[in-house]
Design a protein. Sequence first.
Length: 228
Amino acid sequence: MKTQAPPGVLVYEKDDYSIYEIDGEEHKLYAQNLSLFAKLFLETKSVFFDASTFLYYILALRLPASETDADTSLEHRPQQVTGFFSKEKMSWDNNNLACLLVFPPFQRRGLGQILIGASYHLGRAEGRLGGPEKPLSTLGRKGYLTYWYGEIVRFILSQLNRKIVSIKDISEQTWIQAEDVVAALKEMNVLETRKTASGNVVVNKRKVLEWAERNRVSLEPVVDEVAS
């Protein structure tokens, strides 16, 4: 059985999932169909039939061994498209993501986190400190807060010998915009009421650790930098 990969260029691969980049100008019909399909599930999405100004990143999963021939190796298992995100080629607001959708049969598996992580990973590769197009939907904000929580927790807990970590430090190391870092920290309720002499907010590291343990935050990153 041959692998049915999406069109475009493979930009990330780890374990049983892969991400392909397609240019909306080069694959117009495919990109338009993705946008129209997303409109069925995203009420706030605006559909642009001219997809030429967007790049699309398609998440494909290898079918499990139980659904293929027993002797088929991982790299030769057929692939199933499970979702995608798009972004503008040129964003004046420095957005790294315009639209994200995980198809309904594949939701609640953490695939949205992989796509969000990939958007930041690609932004870092481009030297672009950005974030999602706003305003976010209720579900979109929930998904992004989950991603921001994990990245921020992992960074703060990795700073074993530092007493002071600034919002700027967190932003520069995680590639999450400062305003989004602050929003996540407020939701986590780990900020102190006092500030430093320079006016910076103070994060209680003990509270961060307790919050991470209580919410079972994994210390493993969503996207593996080495795997891309």
